[in-house]
Design a protein around this ligand. Structure first.
Ligand code: NAP
Ligand code: ZN
Length: 347
């Protein structure tokens, strides 16, 4: 076992604090990564605060991880010491079900092993990237292309793939009108990807405060959802809406913005259930869908797409002592557009 520094929640209500956690001894197919940067996803906050159910503490969150490979097991072939490596939201899956065989490990029928707050093969609770090192089986380790600055690459492992995957799946591209709801960590990546894929992009944000940023990131249009005229002006306009909001929104209002056969994809996971009036689906043959992160192959494809198109995340790099303050700012929608922990401050 390797004892490493970590920054962890000790309960659902107290601030995160410095602690140590154990990493397993390297198995033949394992890779040891010295973590350089870890992004702060809103899911970290939902999880440690118990929004999605009770947790076992201490719990170190973090599933947007980049670092350097420092050791590999005897049978590892895909990664070598010195490689720039990434780890996202899952660290294992069954590998045999139809989803896994189709490269959609995130939809493993047996159940994935999440990077943190999951039960590992040995029965222990997985611990995430707010720590100095992580041990991961090689199939779940990504390669970070050289062209992407390291600190801006970390958020691609969750915020990036979670928006790339539905945009790609539902055909965002030339001639398609796409709305991104919420300009936070996921939302700002959604704008960049939808623009790079060639779609006409509209941001739907609570206010116009971040309008200039939205247009710089690649949006063609920007509307405030606090303005009731917005919903009338945009009725029936979009082929695809990707909702990244971390809180419950009025689904009926957003469904009304879809064209005939349009799709609204929910990627935000609010603590509260969603409710809708069925007529808002029936009138216009509209679809309401969900999408979860992405498969390992698709995540590598997304990273390569980022390198090719000069895309990365807009980040604010913080020291580990600022994590609790950063959580409050994320909850206040005051993030431009992802906090990333410089893990060197934990050594
Ligand atoms: P984030 O950075 O906090 O962004 C969420 C954005 O939603 C905010 O910046 C804000 O944008 C908007 N928003 C927040 N509260 C709102 C409210 N009450 N009403 C309307 N809009 C509101 O969060 P994130 O890290 O992008 O994550 C977003 C959600 O996706 C979370 O629920 C997270 O758990 C989930 N998630 C899902 C997956 C998946 O696989 N499906 C993966 C990762 C994360 P504006 O200021 O522009 O309005
Ligand atoms: Zn996440």
């Amino acid at each position: 076992m390797l004892t490493v520094n970590a920054f962890a929640a000790v309960s659902a209500t107290e601030p995160l604090q410095a602690t140590t956690i154990e990493r397993r001894d390297l198995g033949p197919r394992d890779v040891l990564i010295e973590i350089a940067y870890a992004g702060i996803c809103h899911s970290d906050i939902h999880t440690v605060r118990g929004d999605w159910g009770p947790q076992t503490y201490p719990l170190a969150p973090g599933h947007e991880i980049v670092g350097i490979v420092t050791e590999v097991g005897s049978e590892v072939t895909r990664h070598a010491v010195g490689d720039r490596a990434g780890v996202g939201c899952l660290v294992n899956s069954c590998g045999e079900c139809t989803s896994c065989r189709a490269g959609m490990e995130q939809y493993c029928l047996v159940g994935i092993t999440p990077t943190y707050a999951g039960v590992d093969a040995d029965g222990t609770i997985t611990q995430g990237g707010y720590s100095t090192h992580i041990v991961v089986t090689e199939d779940f380790v990504l390669r970070i292309p050289k062209g992407i600055p390291f600190e801006t690459a970390a958020p691609l492992l969750c915020a990036g793939i979670t928006t790339y995957s539905p945009l790609h799946h539902w055909g965002a591209g030339p001639g398609k009108s796409v709305a991104i709801v919420g300009l936070g960590g996921l939302g700002h990546m959604g704008v960049k990807f939808a623009h790079a894929m060639g779609a006409e992009v509209t941001v739907l944000s609570q206010s116009l405060k971040k309008r200039e940023d939205g247009l710089r990131l690649g949006a063609d249009h920007y509307y405030a959802t606090s303005d009731p005229d917005t919903f009338a002006a945009l009725a029936g306009k979009f082929d695809l809406i990707v909702n990244t909001v971390s809180a419950s929104v009025d689904m009926n209002a957003y469904l009304g913005l879809l064209k005939l056969d349009g799709t609204m994809v929910n990627v935000g996971v609010p603590a509260e259930p969603l409710s809708l009036n069925a007529f808002n689906l029936i009138l216009g043959r509209r679809s309401l869908a969900g999408s979860g992160i992405g498969g390992i192959g698709e995540t590598q494809e997304m990273l390569d797409f980022c390198a090719e198109h000069g895309i990365s995340s807009d980040v604010e790099v913080i020291g580990v002592q600022q994590v609790n303050e950063a959580y409050e700012r994320v909850l206040a929608s005051d993030v431009r557009y992802r906090f990333v922990i410089d893990v060197a401050t934990m050594r």
